[in-house]
Write a protein that binds this ligand. Structure first.
Ligand code: FAD
Length: 318
């Protein structure tokens, strides 16, 4: 069976969920071979093997942490040369998309970004994307070179599929551009204890209807009762009620959780662009004519300050 390269997103060997989702999708196309760069390969290999990685190509070098993306592209290309895979899959993070794009240029391949589903096809993998501010869903296939595809978090449920997952050392020589952009400082974001917005299985977002930073605790309480991330519309962010890092939409982050709850959000097309691929959408809005109700699975017409706290209490009792 053909092999499929998976770029591993991890923090010191702790594999992030989007990579496990990629392994599940990759198994529809071929045998997943994981590429682990940086420390913690042995630890990561256990989890990667449990989710179907037949082997783990590992390399560790100071360059991966000290310089932006190019050393990682050099290593991914070394893995590509070693394996000659049927496809290369990369998580759709900002870094992942840059790495994938650079690799595609180097190997002369087409690229599909932000896929939300993947299936095998007679002439290569077929990717599903949500495009034009989520106005259309497309299915497409790369016709030139080895398909390079980035996949959005929450596009699949990780499934266990025990495989060898044996670690093999990958030999990497860095090119002349590898040390072009040095990382001068890393400032970890203050932890809220909530899941990362783009990876969360549940997102609860507040909009202009929340009517002030001092009221966002209503949204946060529901999020915490569900173990969810907190999102915000641009109106709420522009008003200074919530950080830009939490903005969902065309000029914010794109999320695709199992459950998206929009409270006091009208459903403008630019907001929809960032959340329309959510599996189940719930809205609370006091205006029954709000456009958000056109795309919900469940809608509550009502004042969020009455509805959301009741919802929170109900969730807490379960
Ligand atoms: P509004 O549209 O003002 O809606 C507020 C809603 O709250 C209303 O439907 C109202 O009925 C309801 N409401 C009020 N009080 C209550 C209450 N007590 N209980 C229940 N419901 C209540 N927007 C984004 O979100 N993300 C983006 O990334 C983004 N990018 C953009 C990029 C461009 C180039 C442009 C032009 C716009 C962009 N926008 C984006 C802005 C977008 O067009 C909307 O202006 C914005 O999404 C509106 O936010 P909102 O729904 O919170 O506010």
């Amino acid at each position: 069976m053909a092999e499929v390269l998976i770029y591993v997103d991890h923090v010191d060997g702790a594999v992030r969920k989007p990579t496990l989702e990629l392994l599940t999708l990759a198994r529809r196309i071929g045998d997943p071979v994981a590429v682990h760069l940086g420390p913690g390969a042995e630890e990561a290999a256990k989890v990667l093997g449990e989710h179907g990685a037949v082997k783990v190509l590992a390399a560790d070098a100071a360059e991966f942490a000290d310089y932006l993306v190019v050393p990682k592209v050099d290593a991914l290309q070394a893995a590509y040369d070693a394996v000659s895979p049927a496809a290369v899959l990369v998580p759709s993070s900002a870094e992942g998309k840059e790495i994938a794009a650079r690799l595609a240029v180097r190997i002369g391949s087409g690229i599909i970004t932000d896929a939300v589903d993947l299936e095998a096809g007679d002439e290569g993998p077929v990717a599903t994307q949500s495009v034009f501010a989520a106005g259309y869903t497309t299915r497409s296939r790369i016709t030139r070179g080895t398909p390079v595809i980035t996949v959005k978090p929450n596009s699949a449920t990780p499934e266990a599929a025990p495989a060898a997952g044996a670690v093999e050392q990958l030999s990497v020589s860095f090119g002349e551009h590898a040390t072009g952009t040095k990382v001068t400082a890393r400032t970890p974001r203050e932890s809220t204890g909530r899941p990362e917005l783009t990876e969360a299985a549940i997102v609860v977002s507040g909009g202009r209807g929340v009517n002030g930073a001092e009221n966002f605790h209503v949204i946060e309480s529901l999020a915490d009762s569900l173990g969810a991330a907190v999102g915000a519309s641009r109106a709420a962010v522009d008003a200074g009620w919530y950080p830009h890092s939490n903005q969902v939409g065309q000029t914010g982050k794109s999320v695709s959780p199992q459950l998206y709850v929009a409270a006091g959000i009208s459903g403008a097309i630019q907001h929809r662009a960032g959340m329309q691929t959510s599996k189940t959408i719930v809205a609370v809005n006091k205006d029954a004519e709000a456009p958000i109700f056109d795309l919900v699975d469940y809608g509550v017409v009502g004042d969020l300050f009455q509805v959301v706290p009741q919802l929170t209490e109900e969730v807490k009792t379960r």
